[in-house]
Design a protein around this ligand. Structure first.
Ligand code: NAD
Length: 349
């Protein structure tokens, strides 16, 4: 299935994600206007990267070590030197091939290198196809905090072949769909119900179910991004689960993956706002996450209210002694609730 979402805002993005898209990549790149290209790719994807470099004969390839440790200013500075060494200039398009860390890193680099060069994302994980590569947010971590430095800038093109997902290990394959569940829980009851039906199939890596879930995630995210490209209002709804989830991810320092932290974070935020989240909503959310194979209990090793609050309470969204967070009040809709130190302690107990 080949779906293309096209929109114009501060810049133009075209999204083409589906089965068998790799064969169309050279043509899609030509249509996007890309000429000189540098492919920044996850070294774990060497065979795929070599195939793409052979198909794009003039592109140069620069491997990186994918993973959260890539998202640092040191790695950005190192890559600037490597771009200079291959004579990347203002007309050079940076293509990112990899998971969310490679698209976040390369998107940020493209937005600051020579004051900005064209950027194309080729996401290769379910998490990046369902979320990270979409919407134009990019950046790196700083001083132990997730995504502390970054910009919002739409890529020229997002293109991915769902066949690239075949080499993903099971836990990583499943965790991308946590982000689809997150969006549906506060934005779209129909999609949530469908994800409940698809969860066992996604758990078994059914390819058609994966394509359908990715389509839903793309449609939900881009509808919000189109309505609100900055983060002033509607876009904040995409942050469900991320206030506690990001604090946990920072505290775990690599021991837990992003999708796992968001699954745990969503359930913890619902517990923290138990006065407004009906028990039936919590149960459905818990069950669909469990059906996907995502973690649903707060890990004891990181249930440290003081350290979590020192991270969450100084989150980008924090306001004084509370952090606004979106929680569902029914499946498909929600409200802004307040996370406080006391509510956080209850949520992780
Ligand atoms: N910008 C945004 O809006 C946004 C949204 C959500 C998440 N994120 C970010 O995304 C990152 C997480 O993304 P991720 O889970 O894709 O991380 P990742 O880039 O670390 O990829 C996960 C792992 O899978 C490997 N990998 C990638 N593609 C593969 C493939 N096709 N086959 C086999 N292995 C493959 C990578 O080498 C890595 O070890 C986090 O840094 C998070 O903050 C950003």
């Amino acid at each position: 299935m080949d779906r293309a979402f096209e929109f114009v805002r501060r810049s133009t993005s075209r999204i083409v994600i589906g089965a068998g898209i790799e064969a169309r990549l050279p043509q899609l790149l030509r249509e996007s206007g890309a000429q000189r290209m540098v492919l920044v790719y996850d070294e774990a994807l060497q065979p795929l990267a070599q195939r793409l470099l052979a198909a794009l004969s003039t592109a140069k390839g620069l491997p990186v070590h994918g993973g959260e440790s890539l998202k640092t200013l040191t790695a950005i500075a190192d890559m600037v030197g490597r771009l200079r060494a291959v004579n990347a200039d203002r007309s050079t398009t940076l293509l990112a091939l990899g998971g969310g860390t490679v698209t976040d890193f390369t998107g940020f680099l493209a937005s600051i290198y020579l004051r900005g060069v064209p950027f194309i994302a080729c996401p290769t994980t379910t998490l990046a196809m369902c979320d990270a590569a979409l919407g134009g947010k990019n950046g790196v971590d700083f001083d132990g905090r997730k995504n502390e430095l970054g910009t919002i800038r739409q890529p020229e093109l997002i293109v991915a072949d769902t066949a690239w997902l075949q080499t993903l290990p099971d836990p990583m394959f499943r965790e991308g769909f946590v982000e689809a569940v997150k969006k549906a829980a506060v934005l779209d009851a129909g999609h949530f119900t469908r994800l409940e039906q698809l969860a066992p199939l996604l758990h078994q890596r059914d390819a058609a179910a994966a394509r359908e879930a990715i389509d839903m995630a793309v449609a939900m995210k881009m509808a919000v991004v189109l309505a609100d490209e900055g983060e002033s209002d509607r876009r904040r709804w995409l942050n469900f689960g991320h206030t506690i989830g990001h604090a946990l991810e920072s505290l775990a320092a690599g021991a837990l993956r992003h999708g796992e932290c968001i699954a745990i974070g969503m359930l913890a935020e619902c517990r923290a706002a138990a006065n407004v989240v009906p028990p039936a909503v919590f149960t459905r959310l818990h069950d669909v996450l469990a059906g996907l194979g995502a973690p649903t209990t707060f890990p004891r090793a990181f249930a440290d209210a003081d350290r979590l609050w020192s991270l969450a309470g100084t989150d980008k969204k924090a306001r004084g002694d509370h952090v606004p967070m979106i929680v569902p009040t029914a499946i498909g809709t929600g409200i802004v609730a307040e996370l406080t130190r006391a509510r956080l302690a209850v949520a992780i107990a």
